[in-house]
Design a protein around this ligand. Structure first.
Ligand code: PMP
Length: 408
């Protein structure tokens, strides 16, 4: 057991107690512990090495780790059934893969195969969907795209959270005969800086998709599996997509696993020839065992509800800690346990990350840079740990105030 003393903003001393590197922290080679507020970029929703997920995978490992493609594996069917019950109504079919980018590739291919007369995909600026060609073409980071030459054709980008811009794009695509087959969005943009849309945005996107006969693909790779305080982020907005992409925490932080779930009529394109889209390892028994156990844990331990509650506590604590530091922190925002601090510049964000690490807390920038720092802990984070993170944050900011030269 390790004890640690830390000084809070008002000078009072708090003692934080740690058990052995538990489900919410890392221990480095010197034995020092760090509260994990990065969560493996969102894979550790049920904590590190959740015993039920590990047990399910170990049992399956002894029985049969990988599958034969020609045989039907009951675990895959059980997982597909569980997903049907878990996801918004109408998403009755699933394709299993190994990562987020593959889930998005699957969704893009299904969308294009659905209606040959509508081949344009609209995505959002600042969106991130992965780095294989299709997903990268839908992602909006010039830095990641530029070295790799022409992207997939007929993929357009509009500003996120801007319904008129989307309506204009869909109208002009239709006018030139390049109709929009699908709109692909993250319900909250994760890597783009935890950008939370207005409450009216997703319902508005749904309405536009219905009006134009376009599919709505929601990329819940980062926002899914309880992260934002609901099992899936789209539930906050009462919006059901036509296709939904899952990965990251789907494998419980134990196995890589991904899925695209969707409507029967969209998947029907594969019924005649299921070999149109396949993956050797997708839906393997180990991944399915992990995903099924993860779903059980999320429900049993009411982790989405916990994310909502702890998210409110942390957001309030972070806001308190950041108050009075407008010179450093431009904005604090979040939903559930997907929280971000936006700094005045990259250098300041990076320095903050370093000072948090000195205080035993692991945070990180988004995939763009360190201007936006993410706080994305396991949903199992304890109250004492959450409070310590907020205290370390206040201390870090206090220690930086007036000492950072911006723009360096
Ligand atoms: N979509 C979203 C929303 C993501 O955040 C990510 C990863 N950060 C991906 C897709 C890609 O996932 P992967 O790295 O597993 O391919």
């Amino acid at each position: 057991m390790e004890y640690r003393k830390a000084t809070s903003v008002d000078g009072a001393e708090a003692v934080v107690e740690w058990a052995d590197a538990g489900p919410n922290s890392y221990r480095d080679v010197t034995g020092r512990e760090y509260i994990d507020c990065l969560g493996g970029f969102g894979i550790f929703n049920v904590g590190h090495r959740h015993p039920k997920v590990v047990k399910a995978v170990m049992n399956q490992l002894r029985r049969q780790p990988l599958h034969s493609q020609d045989l039907l594996d009951p675990l895959r069917a059980m997982l597909a059934k569980a997903l049907t019950m878990l996801t918004p109504s109408g998403l009755d079919y699933a394709f299993f893969c190994n990562s987020g980018t593959e889930a998005v590739e699957g969704a893009l291919k299904l969308a294009r195969a659905y209606d040959g007369s509508k081949q344009t995909i609209v995505a959002a600026t600042k969106g991130f969907h992965g780095k294989s060609y299709g997903s990268l073409s839908a992602s909006a980071k010039a830095e990641f795209r530029r070295p790799f030459g022409p992207m997939l054709p007929n993929i357009e980008h509009v500003p996120f959270n801007d319904l008129p811009a989307l309506a204009d794009m869909m109208t002009s695509c239709k006018a030139v005969g390049e109709d929009v087959g699908a709109v692909l969005l993250e319900p909250i943009q994760g890597e783009g800086g935890v950008n939370i849309p207005s409450d009216a945005y997703l319902p508005g996107v749904r309405r536009l998709c219905d009006e134009f006969g376009s599919l709505l693909i929601l990329d819940e790779v980062q926002t899914g599996m309880g992260r934002t305080g609901k099992m899936f982020c789209c539930e906050h907005y009462d919006v059901a997509p036509d296709l939904m992409c899952l990965a990251k925490a789907f494998g419980g932080g134990v196995m890589p696993a991904g899925a695209v779930v969707g409507r029967r009529d969209i998947f029907a394109r594969l019924f005649d020839n299921p070999f149109l889209h396949t993956s050797t390892f997708g839906g393997n028994p180990l991944a399915c065992a992990a995903a099924l156990a993860t779903i059980n844990v999320l429900i049993e331990e009411r982790l989405p509800e916990r994310a909502a509650k702890m998210g409110e506590r942390m957001l309030a604590g972070i806001r308190r800690g950041a108050a009075g530091h407008r010179d450093l922190v431009v904005d604090v925002r979040g939903k559930g346990l997907l929280i971000a601090l936006e700094f005045c510049d990259n250098t300041t964000g990076f320095e903050f990350g370093k000072r948090m690490l000195d205080r035993g807390v692991l945070v990180s920038g988004t995939l763009v840079n360190a201007r936006t720092i993410r706080v994305e802990p396991p949903l199992t984070i304890e109250e004492g740990q959450a409070d310590y993170v907020c205290q370390a944050l206040a201390e870090s900011l206090n220690s930086m105030s007036g000492r950072i030269t911006t723009g360096v």
